[in-house]
Each structure stands twice: as C-alpha cells, then as structure tokens.
Design a protein around this ligand. Structure first.
Ligand code: RUG
Length: 839
C-alpha cells in the first residue's frame, strides 16, 4: 500500500463550519453530530461517556487546523526545533485544558447545558493518561504546555504505555495495585500514524567489513526487529495558534505470526515474537525500585529513543539534502538518563546508516544533545550491566567503547597518571561487575548539563558530577523547575483565577510575574475577607469529595495540612505522622489543651516493591482510624489518606490546602514541583532548605515561610561525625513516647510487630534523619498553629505567597532553556482567514 503523501491532490481544504466554529450554537450542533456519527449513539441512549467522547472529538476538531497549520509552518519556515525526549509524560486530562487554551470554556458550558448536562460532569469522565510516576513526567507535561504557549517549535517524544501508573486502592489500610486500563474506552485525543512506523533492532551480533573507500565499518545483524507506531496528540498553547505534537510510540511485532515455527508444530512459539514485541510498550515501570536487571525497561528506553531519532532524521531529510546540519535544526533534550542511550544511537545512525565518519558524527551528536539530571539519590542513577547491554545492543556497545576510549584518551592528557580520575570518569564502571553508567554517557555526549533547582545544581557540581564539572564547567547550568499556571491555577482553581483577574486583569496567566500586582491588595480588608471565603468554599468542596470517597467527615474550618506526593522515606511522610501522634499524645495527656484543629490530608503511591513506603501508608491509615474513633479528640484532629493520587486529584487538592508539607531531608529532593503548585494556590509552606523550597522561600520572603530542620551541610556533617539517632530517642522524652506508642501496637490493634521495622529503622539507622529534625519540626508546627489562629494575618501571608510566585511558571523555565541551552526562537502561527473569522 502506498502511504506517502500524494502531491497531485493539493487543493484548498474546505472546512465545514461545524468542525471549526467556536460559538455556542455551532458547538452544540457539532456535539450532536459527533454523538451520532462518531459514537454511533442517539442522544436518548447516550451514556455520560458517549457524551464525553462526542465533546472530546468536537474539541479535537477545533484543534486540528491549528495543529496542521503549525506543522506546515515549521516545514515551510525550516525552523530550529526542540525535541524533548522523555520516558514519561504525565499530561493529565486534556479536555478542560484545551477549552481554556482555546478560550471557549463558557461557550461549551452553555452548549452542553442546553442539552441538560453539566460540563464539569463530562470533564470528570476523562480517564487521565497516567504515563508517568510523578514529578519528572509531570514536569515534561508542563514544559510541553509552555513550549506551545511560547510558540516554540517542539516535539515531545515518549512511550505510549498501554498500562500507565497503577491505580491505587486501600484495603485494610494497605496499598493494593490495580492495572491502569486508561485506553479501555478509547483515547479521542490521539491519532495513530502507522504510515510513519519505524523499525528497531534488538540482540544478535555485529560483522565488520571494509567499505568501498577502504573504511572499517560494522554491520548489526539483529536477533529480532520491533516496529514502533507513532500516536500523535496535539498540545495547544494558551490563546495562541501553536499546537505542537506529543508523539508516543507503541511497539508491535514486524511479523505478527512466525509461520516457520507454526509449520514446525511450535504453535505457542509462533506468537512469541509478537508477545515480546508488544510487551515493550505494555507497562510503565513504577520508579523507586532498583532497576538493575530490569531488561524490559532498558528495551523500552532504547525502543523509544531509536524510534524518535529515526523519525527526526526522516523529517530532517525531507527538508534538507543531508544530515550535515542536523544539530543546527534540532536540539534534543534528555529528560534524565532514561533516554541517554540516544547518544550512542545517533552515532550509530550517522555512521552505520548515513555513512558519516566518526569525528563528524561525534561533532553533530555532541552539539545535538543536552542533559537534565533530576536526582542525587545514588539508587536512582542508572547503570546497566554490561552483560545485558551488550547482549541487547551489540553495536551500541561497540560504539560506547569507542566513545569511552577516545574520551579517556583526552582525560589521560589532562590528568596524567591519575588512574582514580580515569576510573571515576569512565563511562564503564569496572569496579566490580561491569556497568554502563548512563549519566556519564549523557555528560560526555551533550553540549549542556543542568540540574533542576539551584541547590541541586550546586550539589551536582560538588558531588555526583564533580569530575565532569571540573572537566567541562562551561556545560553546567541551573534551570529551576516551573509549573504551568494554566493547569495549576486557571483550570484547577477557577475561583482564585476570578479573584485575581478581577483585581489585576488576565495578563498574569501568560506572565506570572504580574501576580506581584496582588501585593497592592494585601492591606485591603474586603479583599482578604473575599480571599478567605473563596478558600473556605474550595475546602468545603474537598470535604464533600472526601466524604464521598472515603466516608470521613472533615470540617472545612480546620487547618487543611496537606502532603501529597510519591511515598518515599526521603520525603518523610512518617515525620508528618510523628507530628500527628505528638499532638494526639498531648491531647490524651491534657484533653483541654488548646490546639488549632487540623485536618491532615495525605495522598501518594508507593512503588509496589518498596516495603517501607507501603508500611508508611499503612501507618497513616492506622493512625487515622484510631484518632477518628477516639471521642475524646472531638474532631480536633482528623487524618485522611486519599487513595489514587494523580493529576486529576492534585487539581482538586492543591487549591484547598492551607499548609503545604515540603519536609524532605535537606539535599535529597532535587527540586519538587508540588511545592510550587501549593504556594501558587495560596497555601503556606512548612519546609526544609531543600530543592526549590529554598528559592520559594527567597521569593515569598522568609517571614512568609515556615522553615525548620538541618541544612544540607549540617546533614553531611552529622553523617560524617557518625549520626546516632538513639541519642535523640533517649534524650527527647516526647519523641520517645511517640515512637514507643507506635511500636507498642497501639495503632495496630495490639500487634506490636507491625510497625516495628519502621520504628527500629528510625531508632537504629534513620538514614533520612527524622529524629534529628523532629524537635525543630514540632516547634515549627506549633508556630503554624498559632499563626493560623490569626486569620487576618494568615490571609496576608497567603496573598503574599501567591503574589510572589511569578518565578515558578514553567514559562520562565522554558525561556531559560530556549535562550541558554536550545537557542530556539518563537515562530508565529497564522491561521487561514476563514478560521480566524470563526475565532
Ligand atoms: O525527585 C525529583 C523531583 O525533585 C523533581 O522536582 C522532579 C522534576 O525535576 O523530578 C523528580 N524525579 C527524579 N523523578 N524521577 C527522578 C529520577 O529519575
């Protein structure tokens, strides 16, 4: 079948008004039309999901002209394009965001309500694509939003996992993982492009030969070949015509049935290849688990990277006579080390397929890639056993050896006789079993390296990547993360959006620094009163949701103290629990104690194999149950664990928080982005000097931030001096009472063994130094309680927090990447006249 574009069929496309019109009447007509002709349903028999699908198609129709015009403009203008390679894109639901970005929320609300429906109910129907674990994938999604909003030519490449991050249920307080079947009712936002499929090699061996010019070359004969099929989703910017593409790859077998094996009677073996090939994009790996030995994950990484680079080369050669200028047209960002095998793959494609010599290929490769590091945790720094890597990608292994050999040759000249330096810098770890160090490959093969918050970048330079920093200081820079205000304020918090816009106009949505204008209203008592009423209403909505979801009644007038993020020991949800148990213990000893009533809200998933994280979830639920059933507490403390924390739930919870818990051990959280979402929505932060907390505190002012805990230097110094948590346990009576209470079985129906591993870990090891920070945290929380009692004062602090969050828009981060790393320019997209007339 010929699937190439037929250029003889070039004629102006006549677009039906029903597919582009933005007025209420046209949208209503289009909705009915799509219900009938796409969903195949009559209105009287349509389910809510049918109506959601019809609406989603109606909105997608309105994106298509923008999307196609964007692609056409990029081709015509021969632009430089950013290519964001990420194993995760946690984009969240599309519908509401697209309505906001198109500027047709109200029209659609009306169109839908005339049919007796509520838009919010249809929005709630959307199954969110959970194609990420947390911060890293969500950051990639915010960056796509900002790239489009800033009209920057960009493509996001990733994997179309059939099953995203698992759904979390809580059974008897324990996390239970359920398969995420996000595709079961179809995905109206994507378009499959099988005609642009590519093939990816795995396994086998290489053969060397000498080409016609006498050059030594290598040829990869694979064991099997997998097909990558692209699925494209438009990512529309806010009130611009730019709609960039997120292209996610699905794996399929090249030959779905092995007739050779079938004819030999090997019926099951005949479909083996198909099953194995399809498995590659089957499921997202939950992070926080040791990755060594997870061969399928390495296959996933190579699969999507190879597909994406082949795709870029194909697009490039469509417009350019050769790949000589590839690095001038594309800037490829490696989102963590997950896609860093791309350095070797681009070399392979240039040398083996396009016959470049080594030096030229290396020049192009080094000038194409840039690498973002997202973690300092040693267990998250990827390295792959050479045995697996070499077996799966024999040709890449040769190339990596050659890159390393040439790299170390240069190092030897700079640091003669320094074997320690050589082995520390080498791409191959030879200290025991041999490994490929992916961060080293990324550093050597990239023109720029960045961390994601100021502290994190400094620690990379001083510690994890110190030798590389010494070698190429000019490659290093910091790019503090940001989040998109379109999703994290406008879409999730319409009440706050209205209140802000009423005072300072709507420019802040694209220029978040304009929020500073709110400072003029901080002394306005009427505004503060309005602010508090809004917050109360949002909290009341969340209270209703909590009642429906987990059957717990919470009071919106209590302080909503929220910690939502992945469950991990370094994030220290259990420190939060120690505070709760401290308050409970105090109230038990002194029932008339005057404390600020609080509702503690938790949400987050634990990696399925991470025992301690799962035990922390159980502990939260156990403490919640005991406190909830204790009549002497009288509602002064409530603890809620909301299951299945995801983007949709985040949008509900950030706006309702009074207090944001950002309590990681200093030096462990690379940046954090939840900290920004809370603060933008008017929550105050209690936090350590970690990640972006430091910069948030600098922006909002130290007096508007509840700071506690050891600094990174103090953490390091204490560790170096031989940290002994028992000293804290024995010297702090209250802390001891709290740990003993948990260890005694009080919260586990008398079972004193249940939380023993957690308590013992704290007393005898405490790798994340909870005990060292305990007293400082408790004292700081006391300050929070006092501050909340003065509501006028609290509202001032909250308004100032919002007003000073301008820095943390992902637009600012993306501008910095564009100017300092990618060197790309915005490109205006002009729609054909007949479309503009509609808009
Ligand atoms: O843990 C980090 C967060 O601190 C950071 O905000 C986020 C985005 O930069 O990335 C998170 N992260 C790091 N997720 N995965 C990793 C390691 O692969």
């Amino acid at each position: 079948m010929d699937t190439s574009p037929d250029t003889s069929f070039v004629c102006p496309i006549i677009i039906e008004d029903d597919r582009t019109g933005l007025d209420t009447e046209t949208i209503r007509r289009a909705l009915r039309d799509n219900l009938l002709y796409i969903q195949g349903k009559l209105p009287e028999l349509a389910s809510k999901n049918d109506l959601y699908m019809a609406l989603a198609y109606t909105i997608r129709d309105r994106l298509l002209q923008r999307w196609l015009t964007t692609q056409q403009t990029y081709l015509k203008k021969d632009v430089r394009t950013v290519c964001y390679l990420s194993a995760e894109f946690l984009v969240g639901p599309h519908l509401a965001n697209n309505l906001i970005n198109l500027g047709i929320y109200e029209q659609v609300q009306k169109a839908v309500s005339e049919s007796g429906l509520k838009l919010e109910e249809l929005i709630a129907q959307e199954e969110e694509p959970g194609l990420g674990n947390g911060g890293l994938g969500r950051l990639a999604a915010c960056y796509l939003d900002s790239l489009s909003t800033l009209e920057i030519p960009a493509i996001g490449y990733g994997i179309r996992y059939e099953f995203g991050i698992f759904d979390q249920e809580i059974h008897d307080g324990w996390q239970v993982e359920i398969t995420d079947k996000w595709l079961q009712y179809g995905n109206p936002w994507e378009i499959a492009r099988p005609e642009s499929s590519v093939e990816v090699k795995f396994g086998g061996y290489t053969e060397s030969y000498t080409d016609e010019n006498g050059n030594y070359r290598s040829h990869w004969i694979p064991d099997y070949v997998v097909k990558g099929i692209p699925y494209d989703t438009p990512i529309l910017g806010y009130r611009v015509n730019t709609a960039n593409t997120m292209r996610l790859w699905k794996s399929e077998a090249c030959e779905s049935f092995d007739f050779g094996r079938f004819n030999r009677g090997d019926y099951y073996g005949a479909v083996d290849n198909k099953v194995h090939s399809e498995n590659i994009s089957k499921v997202l790996y939950p992070n926080d688990e040791p990755i060594q030995g997870k061969e399928l994950r390495l296959e996933q990484q190579y699969f999507f990277v190879s597909c994406s680079l082949q795709d870029l080369i194909r697009i490039h050669l469509h417009e350019n006579p050769s790949l000589d200028n590839f690095h001038q047209k594309w800037s490829v960002q490696l989102n963590d080390t997950h896609p860093s095998v791309g350095v070797a793959e681009l070399m392979r494609l240039l040398i083996d397929v396009h016959h470049f010599d080594w030096d030229k290929a290396w020049f192009i490769t080094q000038n194409t890639f840039a690498y973002t590091n997202h973690t300092l945790l040693p267990e998250a720094l990827e390295k792959w056993p050479l045995s697996i890597f070499g077996r799966l990608f024999p040709r890449l292994m040769e190339i990596i050896y050659e890159i390393n050999y040439r790299f170390l040759d240069k190092i030897r000249i700079i640091y003669p006789h320094d074997d320690g330096k050589m082995s520390r810098l080498s791409i191959i770890d030879e200290s025991g079993e041999k490994y490929v160090r992916m961060a080293h490959l990324a550093c050597v093969g990239s023109q720029a390296i960045n961390g994601v918050a100021a502290l994190h970048t400094e620690l990379l330079k001083k510690d994890v990547l110190r030798d590389f920093y010494e070698l190429f200081p000019e490659k290093f820079s910091n790019k503090t993360n940001g989040v998109t205000p379109r999703r994290w304020i406008v879409s999730s918090n319409p009440r706050l959006t209205f209140a802000i816009t009423e005072k300072i106009g709507e420019n802040w949505i694209k220029h978040l620094e304009d929020l500073r204008g709110l400072e003029n209203y901080v002394d306005d008592g009427v505004f503060r009163d309005y602010w508090r009423r809004i917050k109360y209403d949002i909290k009341a909505d969340l209270a209703n949701y909590i009642a429906k979801k987990v059957g717990i009644k919470v009071d919106p007038s209590t302080l909503f103290d929220v910690q939502v993020k992945r469950i991990h020991e370094y994030k220290r949800q259990h420190l939060n629990v120690l505070h709760i148990v401290t308050l409970y213990h105090r109230l038990k000893n002194n029932p008339n104690l005057d404390i600020t009533p609080r509702t503690f809200i938790f949400g987050g998933k634990a990696a399925p194999g991470y025992f301690m994280a799962k035990l922390i979830i159980k502990l939260i639920n156990s403490v919640a149950e005991v406190i909830d059933n204790d009549p002497t507490i009288g509602g002064r403390l409530k603890v809620v664990f909301l299951p299945d924390y995801n983007v949709t739930f985040g949008q509900r919870v950030y706006p309702a928080a009074d207090l944001s818990e950002q309590i990681s051990t200093a030096g462990k959280e690379a940046s954090g982005t939840g900290n920004m979402k809370f603060s933008m929505n008017g929550a105050l932060t209690i936090g350590t000097l970690d990640g972006a907390n430091i910069e948030i505190r600098e922006e909002v002012g130290a007096e508007n931030f509840f700071l506690f805990g050891l600094t990174t230097e103090e953490v390091y110094a204490k560790k170096a001096a031989g940290y002994n948590p028992q000293e804290y346990y024995y010297h702090n009576e209250e802390l001891r009472a709290v740990l003993d209470l948990i260890g005694s079985g009080f919260f586990s129906r008398g079972d004193s063994s249940l939380f023993r591993p957690l308590v013992d870990n704290l007393i005898y090891d405490d790798p994340y130094m909870l005990l060292a920070d305990y007293q400082s945290y408790i004292d700081c929380q006391e300050g929070v309680g006092h501050a909340y009692k003065d509501q006028e004062h609290w509202s001032r602090l909250a308004i100032l927090n919002v007003a000073r969050m301008g820095k943390f828009s992902s637009d600012r981060s993306i501008r910095e990447y564009c100017e300092e790393i990618w060197r790309v320019q915005p490109v205006k997209i002009e729609l054909p006249d007949y479309i503009q007339a509609n808009a």
